[in-house]
Every structure is written in C-alpha cells, then in structure tokens.
Design a protein around this ligand. Structure first.
Ligand code: ADP
Ligand code: MG
Length: 212
C-alpha cells in the first residue's frame, strides 16, 4: 500500500533502508568520486551509514524530527571529509525543520528539504551549478515544494525523479567547488559523487513509501 504518511517507527525503517541502499552502492559511489575526486566518497558514506544504523537501532525516538536529526549527528561524528559536514547538515537541519512532528508526510518532506538545503548551502557555500550534491538537492527541494498536497509516496517519487535528473545534469557541469574544482573542463562528462548519493537517498525513500 502506498503511504500517505509514516509513523515514527516507519520513518526509522525508511531511514534504515536508505542506509542499506547507500552501503550497497559503495562501489558505484567510490567509482564516481574516483572520476572527479579522491575516490573515498563511497567508503565515507558507508562508514556514516553504519553509524546511522547503529543509532537508529537504539530506538526511543519520540518524534520524526528526532529520527532525522539523530541520523545527521551520527553522520557528522563518524564521517570525515566534505560529505560528513554536508550530508550530516542535510539530515540534522532538515530534521530540525520538522519540529516535533509525530508523522512524516508530503508537507514534512518539503519542510525537511527546505531546512536541509538551506543548511547545506550555508555551511558548504555551494550554489546550484557548482557541480556538487546541491545540483541534485536543490531540484529535489523545488519538486517537494510543488508536491505538498500529494500522498507522501507520490511526493517522494517526484522528488526522487528531480534528484535523479539533477544528478544526470551534473555530468555536463564544470566543477567550481570541492576537490573536482582543480580538474576544470576535465570534470565534464561525469556526474558528481554526492549528487549520486542524493539520488539514491530519495529514490530509496520513495520505494519504501510506495510499499515495496
Ligand atoms: P571529500 O571531497 O572530502 O573527499 P567526499 O568524497 O566524501 O568528500 O564527498 C565529495 C562530495 O561532497 C562531492 O561529490 C560533492 O557532492 C560534495 N561536496 C564537496 N564540497 C561541497 C560543498 N562545499 N557543498 C556541497 N557539497 C559539497
Ligand atoms: Mg572524496
């Protein structure tokens, strides 16, 4: 059954599925970072997601904001590199925007993405077009904003599609932030590794909410 909204326990299960998907994608995420950076993105994300799974398994979350925030904090304290700060901020600031909600729905998704994207852009300084994870995140945020009145599973599907389109479009960009910056025009032709992670995160949430 496609979900209209998720309870706190279902939100924990959804984020546990996200962690599993990122862990399983470690080889492709490492490969993406080898093309443009230092090749450690998959391993860093994997380490972060193992910490996330351990934290989620402790339970005791009273509202959905606490679940997302705990995920962000587990990532920040376990991952190094740019992505520890950036992805940790996405989940921590996104979670904070949910302020005590007992369910996660399409309106919550839009709030999460608004708070998370603002946090990432403030903390990391990247703008759309710099060839970072922001190029998948910002289109996802815009899609979620337009999907607030849809059932959660449909809102997540259009959000995931926007993130995937942003990841694909990042191939054609010249990197102006992060390690890939030094490559200049040689960065054209490969998608950004962090944008690949963003696409996996929202596609996995959509698949979970669709009841698969
Ligand atoms: P590092 O660059 O420290 O090796 P990772 O390889 O784990 O870290 O992550 C690289 C990813 O982090 C990039 O693909 C990009 O999406 C993201 N990133 C790097 N710098 C920034 C930034 N300033 N703002 C947003 N995202 C960034
Ligand atoms: Mg790297």
């Amino acid at each position: 059954m496609a979900k209209q909204q998720l309870s706190v326990d279902e939100t924990v299960a959804m984020l546990d599925a996200v962690a599993d998907a990122i862990i399983a994608a470690e080889p492709e995420l490492s490969e993406a970072d080898r093309n443009l950076g230092d090749g450690d993105h998959g391993l860093g994300m994997k380490r972060g997601m193992e910490a996330v799974k351990a934290k989620l398994s402790e339970g005791g979350f009273e509202s959905v904001d606490k679940v997302f925030m705990a995920m962000g904090m587990a990532m920040m304290s376990s991952m190094g590199g740019a992505s520890g700060a950036v992805f940790g901020t996405l989940f921590r600031n996104g979670g904070k925007a949910l302020k005590g909600s007992e369910t996660f729905d399409a309106a919550g998704l839009a709030e999460f993405l608004k708070g998370g994207t603002e946090g990432v852009m403030t903390r990391g300084g990247a703008k759309p077009g710099d060839k970072t994870m922001v190029d998948a995140l910002e289109p996802a945020q815009k899609a979620a904003e337009l999907a607030v009145s849809l059932p959660l599973s449909e809102a997540l599907d259009t959000t995931a599609q926007a993130a995937e389109a942003g990841r694909d479009a990042s191939k054609d960009l010249i990197a102006t932030m992060g390690r890939a910056k030094t490559l200049g025009e040689a960065s054209i032709g490969h998608p950004d590794a962090g944008a690949c992670s963003v696409a996996i995160i929202f596609r996995t949430m959509a698949t979970f909410a669709a009841g698969n």
